[in-house]
Design a protein around this ligand. Sequence first.
Ligand SMILES: Nc1ncnc2c1ncn2[C@@H]1O[C@H](COP(=O)(O)OP(=O)(O)OP(=O)(O)O)[C@@H](O)[C@H]1O
Ligand SMILES: [Mg+2]
Length: 257
Amino acid sequence: MLLQAQNLRSGYGEMEILHGVSMTLEEREMVVLIGPNGAGKSTLIKTIFGLLRPTEGRILFRDTDITGFHPRDLVILGLGYVPQTNNTFPTLSVLENLEMGAITRRISPLPHPWNRGPDRTQSRMMNDAEIRERATETIEMFPNLQPKLREPAGSLSGGEQQMVALAKSMMLDPEVLLIDEPSAGLAPKLVDTVFSKIVEINEGGTGIVMVEQNAKKALAIADRGYVLETGRNRFAGTGEWLLHNADVGKLYLGGQA
Ligand SMILES: Nc1ncnc2c1ncn2[C@@H]1O[C@H](COP(=O)(O)OP(=O)(O)OP(=O)(O)O)[C@@H](O)[C@H]1O
Ligand SMILES: [Mg+2]
C-alpha cells in the first residue's frame, strides 16, 4: 500500500465536512475521486496533504503515519499536490515556476528554519545550479512549454498553465501525486491532452490520486475510483465497474451508465 486514508473526519473550523472517509492507493495506481460539488473531494486531498488536520482517522504513506505532518515535510517524503486553483505563480516565468517546485530542497544562502533539523541534512538538498538542471530535465517531459520558458506563467493559456502546474509538481519526482481537477475550465481536446500527460506521469511510476468533474473520461483512464457524497464514501470500485454501474451512471455520470 502506497497511501491510505482511514476514516477521516475533517473540515474547516467547527464545520465538519468529511464524516469518516477512507481510501487507498496501491503502488503505481491511478485512483480517481468523483462526486457532486461540495462532496468533500478537495477537502479530502487537502487533508491528506496536511493543509487540514483531521479530527479523527489516520493517513499512512507506506508504513509511516503521516497524520498531521506539515506539507513541507510531506513533499520531502515524496508527496506532491496540484491544487484546484491558483496552482502557478502567474508573475513568475515558466522556468521560475518549475524551480519553485524544488524550493523545499533548496540550500538557502541565508539561515532559514527549513535548513535546520535532522531531516534536512538527510534529504537530498540542492543548490541553485542543481535545481536549474532538474528544471531542464523536467521540461523535457513537457515539450510544449519549451518555447515559453521565459514567459510569465500567467500569460499562458489555461491548458498550458495546467501543464506548468504539473511540471512544477514533477520537479521532485514524487511517489504520490494528488491532483485536484486538472481539467477544470479546459476545452474537451485540451482535457485529453492533460489526461494523457497524467497517464504518462503515472506510467513513469508515480501513484496518482485525481479529483475530477469530468468523471467518465477520468474513470476510463483510472485503475480505481471512489464516489464521495456529502463527506462520505458512496461507491468504490475499478474505473471500469464504476463506469458501467447503473446507479453510479444515473446519479453521477449524467444518466448514462
Ligand atoms: N476554506 C473553506 N472554508 C470553509 N468551508 C469550506 C472551505 N472550502 C470548502 N468549504 C466547504 O466544504 C464543503 C466541501 O468542499 P470541497 O471543496 O471539499 O468540495 P468538492 O467536492 O471539492 O467540490 P467541487 O467539485 O465544487 O470542487 C463545501 O460545502 C464548501 O463550502
Ligand atoms: Mg473541489
